[in-house]
Design a protein around this ligand. Structure first.
Ligand code: ADP
Ligand code: MG
Length: 292
């Protein structure tokens, strides 16, 4: 494309709230074969809320939430914010914990009044040797409802399950349909568990998803899609997504996401909507066909 037509394309995209950092990205966007979408904060709003507290060996819901919120007060993860907010809403005050430790892709642990508290996913419980029994099936049921279940253990004993739900952005489904009509293969990528990922993907009409991916492995998933020769786009919002955004042929950051994601991307979707992706691809295709 000529420099003039690229400038016009960049301007058109900007009108749709799509900021394109360089002309090369605009031209590459027209040939994207596969678009990888992060789940949390990209397909969904990224604002999870507590929906269920299931008592297993605990008897006091209030106490469970108090202890888990104290544990999560040291974490900046969206799941942690959901727990702390739920405790705040109920007027619960958090306590100071000792030896706080966040385990990437698994959860958090710390000591409170001499007791060892852990909160996180199945992997974390397996590593701590916590017996789950029937609770595993309960967690599975919650996950099939598109919720994210997390286990709470005290001194190695399972006390409760807390589930959160992260609403899907109201326009994700229609934007995904537009992308599919443009001939783009969509793959959703997430650190969340299989069953939750499957339920969310189904609700927005995405057939392929890769779940339980550790943050440090996201970029490797992009590389393996590129190996077949496909031009791969990646859309994400989090710190976790930055290496994958840089690795992709075209990286798209959600404008409401973290600065690191925006800096690692070629294109920023200022409106936070996935429609910006379809707009970017459409403008790119129009730019290239005009100058042939
Ligand atoms: P994503 O941002 O895609 O959800 P993460 O790697 O951040 O992926 O998290 C993967 C999983 O690890 C979460 O779904 C959750 O089960 C568990 N996890 C991570 N951080 C926390 C936390 N602070 N509290 C509880 N669970 C957590
Ligand atoms: Mg995210």
């Amino acid at each position: 494309a000529t420099p003039m037509s690229v400038m016009v394309g960049v301007g058109k995209a900007a009108e749709a709230g799509v900021l394109i950092r360089n002309g090369e990205a605009l031209q590459l966007a027209s040939s994207i074969d596969v678009m990888v979408l992060d789940k949390t904060g990209t397909v969904t709003e990224g604002k999870p809320k507590v929906t269920d507290i299931v008592l297993i060996n605990a008897t006091d819901e209030h106490q469970v939430l108090q202890q888990v919120a104290s544990l999560e007060a040291g974490s900046e993860h969206p799941l942690a914010l959901a727990i702390v907010e739920s405790a705040n809403d109920r007027g619960i005050k958090v306590s100071k914990v000792q030896g706080f430790n966040a385990i990437t892709g698994q959860g958090v642990e710390a000591e409170l009044s001499g007791q060892r508290l852990s909160f996180g996913n199945l992997k974390l419980m397996q590593e701590k040797g916590v017996e789950l029994g029937n609770a595993k099936e309960k967690a599975q049921q919650l996950a099939e409802q598109a919720k994210t279940p997390m286990y709470f253990a005290k001194d190695g004993k399972l006390m409760a399950i807390i589930a959160v739900a992260d609403p899907i952005k109201t326009d994700s489904l229609s934007a995904i349909k537009r992308l599919q009509k443009l001939g783009i293969r969509l793959v959703m990528l997430t650190g969340d568990n299989q069953a939750t990922a499957k339920a969310i993907a189904a609700q927005v009409g995405i057939e392929e998803f890769i779940a339980e991916v550790l943050p440090e492995d996201k970029a490797a998933k992009i590389a393996s899609l590129q190996q077949s020769g496909a031009v791969v786009g990646m859309t994400g919002d989090g710190i976790n997504d930055a290496p994958a955004l840089a690795k992709a042929d075209v990286g798209f950051a959600i404008g409401t996401g973290t600065d690191v994601a925006i800096e690692s991307a070629d294109i920023t979707l200022m409106r936070g909507s996935l429609h910006g992706l379809a707009d970017a691809v459409a403008v790119s295709k129009a730019t290239l066909s005009n100058i042939k």
